[in-house]
Design a protein around this ligand. Structure first.
Ligand code: SF4
Length: 444
């Protein structure tokens, strides 16, 4: 048997069987994880049950005896970057950094200490080597196409008071808005008309949007367009998540922002980290493709904290990982804190690609807001997704989680994708060349 193989990936016949199978194996005391499966075993967002090599046979037996339909069991092959060291042979790189790069070349899993070494380096040659390795890993696993999604920020009411946030409950002077279901659907149809497949429905934690109202919106999006839906509406009871899933919601974005408990508590006066993690676990159990992410440059945050965030994403089997710099929002308690570093954000993106591998990593709007080339830089450091902001202009100004937010539209997406020499998805129904002379992205 191949000694490189340490784990097997079990693919079930359906999401329901995958979730039942995972629970069953856990009940038998077998260690499992739900992880994104390689594209050759399913789509880029299919989920597999990962088990240790020594548990493969007994897992298969339990699953089949209990009526779980399987579509295949595959070895988890190491993702090697063969020849990486050769390609970097003219770079001046320290020995300890080189040792981590060798592990990447050999497809070995990176440990916490390795990740810290990658994040702490401030030598240009090493940072360039890190971005190159992440870019090669992205190309090998995902290919050249940049996934484009459309976001609608449909309410800026929020019951919470996160200290960094420009729509926090106690922010004074902010005009609050709620789009009506019809207004939202009008934008959903516009996004659908250009061929985009996924709409992100995002809001503050606004309980005016009850379970029934969200359900009605999901039902209309599905019935009228059939688009995939990513919900980003915060912490809700498990039964609500379950209900939305049954109605057809596909993905859920609930960012942890930091796994450092002290910083989490400092920036989230209304939240408990364990509750946030519990919500993420529910979402995963319910079969959502699970989104999370972190903010780079939070007060008191160190490279060690970012390394733990990245390992958290890996261990939780997170499928979509948004990593953006901290950008101070006017009128918030953190307004005078320094902006997060573009370089550290890009390093975190690159390391996340190398550690979590088969995941969606957006080139974030926050990055575009502090560096007009931020999105193309992220695409060249491991990112593979762009989220367009489709909130109607009359509301946009009042949905600024941070100040001077960049309005990522098709013109700026064109610039980022072409600057990074990447490809547009063939599902887009418009000729992106019309944006050729549109210039740099605009701030609102
Ligand atoms: S970060 Fe989210 S939950 Fe916190 S105040 Fe802003 S919108 Fe509300």
């Amino acid at each position: 048997m191949n000694k490189d193989i340490k784990h097997y990936l079990i693919m079930a016949g359906s999401t329901n069987h995958m979730l039942r199978g995972d629970k069953l194996l856990k009940d038998f005391g077998i260690e499992t994880a739900l992880v994104p499966a390689p594209a050759e075993y399913g789509s880029v967002c299919a989920i597999a049950i990962k088990v240790k090599k020594e548990d493969k046979e007994i897992s298969e037996k339990h699953l089949l005896e209990n009526g779980i339909v399987l579509s295949g069991i595959y070895p988890e092959k190491p993702e090697r970057l063969t020849g990486l060291m050769d390609r970097l042979k003219n770079s001046i790189i320290s020995e300890e950094f080189l040792n981590v790069l060798k592990k990447i070349e050999e497809g070995e899993e990176l440990l916490y200490e390795d990740i810290v070494i990658l994040l702490k380096s401030d030598r240009k040659a090493e940072i360039d080597a890190l971005f190159k390795a992440a870019d090669e890993m992205r190309k090998k696993i995902i290919g050249e196409v940049v996934d484009i999604r459309g976001a609608i920020e449909f309410s800026n009411y929020c019951r919470k008071d996160c200290k960094y946030c420009g729509v926090r409950r106690n922010l004074e002077g902010l005009e609050r808005y709620r789009m009506s279901e019809d207004e939202i659907m009008e934008i959903v149809h516009q996004i659908h008309a250009v061929g985009i497949k996924t709409v992100i429905l995002q809001s503050g934690e606004d309980l005016w949007w009850t379970k029934e109202k969200i359900a009605s919106l999901i039902t209309r999006v599905k019935r009228e367009t059939g688009m995939k839906i990513t919900l980003s509406i915060g912490e809700r009871p498990k039964e609500e998540y379950e209900y939305y899933k049954k109605l057809g919601a596909n993905n859920y974005l609930l960012k942890i922002e930091t796994t450092n408990e002290e910083i989490f508590k400092f920036i989230h006066p209304d939240d408990e980290m364990n509750r946030r993690k519990e919500c993420s676990l529910w979402l995963k159990e319910l079969g959502y493709l699970n989104g999370s992410g972190c903010i780079i440059g939070l007060p008191g945050q160190r490279e060690e904290d970012i390394a733990k965030d990245i390992l958290y994403f890996k261990e939780m089997g997170i499928n979509m990982i948004g990593i953006g710099p901290f950008v101070p929002a006017k009128g918030t308690p953190l307004e005078k804190y320094p902006t997060g570093s573009v370089e550290m954000t890009l390093k975190a993106v690159a390391v996340t690609r190398l550690v979590c591998k088969r995941v969606f990593i957006p080139a974030t709007t926050a990055l575009a807001s502090i560096d007009e080339d931020g999105q193309s830089k992220a695409l060249m450091a491991g990112a593979n997704t762009i989220m367009l902001i489709n909130t109607p202009p009359k509301y946009r100004y009042n949905y600024q989680i941070y100040s001077d937010k960049n309005m990522v539209d098709l013109a700026s997406a064109y610039k980022a994708v072409t600057d990074a020499k990447r490809e547009f998805p063939d599902y887009l129904k418009i000729d992106m060349e019309v944006y050729k002379d549109a210039g740099n992205p605009k701030k609102q």
